[in-house]
Design a protein around this ligand. Structure first.
Ligand code: IPD
Ligand code: CA
Ligand code: CA
Length: 258
């Protein structure tokens, strides 16, 4: 029932994305930062997702990007990004998705990420592996950072902090390492899980960006930590998600030890 509800809620959000995509009259408003957008599609997707979850589990805790926390005393918490990749979405770029993670007593037990434009539905359940459209997926085999294909993202602020996002990016790029910037952390994580990217790092994520994707990477055989190499929590900002083989070396690159 939990799995079915997770899938139904993710699909309900994705239908909203399809409905509003490329709509010239899409209503857009701004959060802090001139390019930090929220659209009517984010709100509509969130509403559809929450209604779907609440119709089955009215007492579950919800954390969702636009409405924030809907606090209850439940052991279950749904962590929702109604559109991950909103700027892409608002520009008609189909690298965006719905992302929903489900926690039980503070542990992520299931995650779903659906990009309805590419028709890619990623799902993972703790201990049961990760799938793309129902087929098992696994991370890549690359074992050297210099031969890797990486992906990252940039926050709207803190860009120039010492060893911040730009400095770190420059370190990889100066060595000729391809580092892509796609604009959807959830897609970045799923594409690490699917073996397209060897690693993903970002300096400033929120819980809803990574809740589903980090479990999908782990269940695809990858490794996810903070920048110290400690067990990953979506409630702190740093993320390093890799195929496992380049993880220790990536930590050295990120922490200026190369
Ligand atoms: C953003 C995307 C982007 C990442 C930003 C996030 P949003 O989420 O995941 O890739 O670099 O940090 O805020 O705002 O599109 O849901
Ligand atoms: Ca997001
Ligand atoms: Ca979002």
């Amino acid at each position: 029932m939990l799995k079915e509800t997770l899938i139904n809620a993710t699909e309900a959000g994705a239908r909203v994305l399809l409905h509003f995509f490329n709509n010239k009259n899409l209503q857009i408003s701004h959060k802090e930062g001139i390019n930090n957008l929220v659209t009517e599609a984010d709100h509509a997707s969130e509403k559809a997702i929450i209604e779907c979850i609440r119709s089955v589990y009215p007492d579950h805790f919800i954390l969702s990007e636009e409405v924030g926390e809907l606090v209850t005393s439940s052991e279950y918490k749904w962590v929702i990004d109604p559109i991950d990749g909103t700027i892409n979405f608002a520009h008609g770029i189909p690298i965006c998705c719905v992302s929903i993670g489900l926690e039980h007593n503070g542990e992520m037990i299931m995650g779903a990420v659906f990009n309805p434009f590419l028709k890619e539905f990623y799902f993972a359940e703790k201990g049961k592996g990760a799938t793309l459209n129902g087929e098992p997926i696994s991370v890549s085999n690359e074992s050297e950072v210099l031969k890797s294909c990486l992906v990252t993202g940039f926050p709207y602020t803190y860009l120039d902090a010492a060893n911040g996002p730009l400095e770190c990016f420059a370190r990889f790029v100066r060595q000729g390492i391809p580092v892509r910037r796609l604009g959807s952390a959830a897609m970045d994580l799923c594409w690490v899980a699917a073996g397209k990217f060897d690693g993903f790092y970002e300096h400033q994520l929120s819980a809803w960006d990574s809740a589903a994707g980090f479990l999908i990477v782990e269940e695809a055989g990858g490794k996810v930590t903070d920048y110290k190499g400690d067990r990953y929590s979506p409630y702190q900002p740093h993320i390093l998600a890799t195929n496992g083989k380049i993880h220790t070396e990536m930590l050295r690159w990120i922490n200026q030890e190369v």
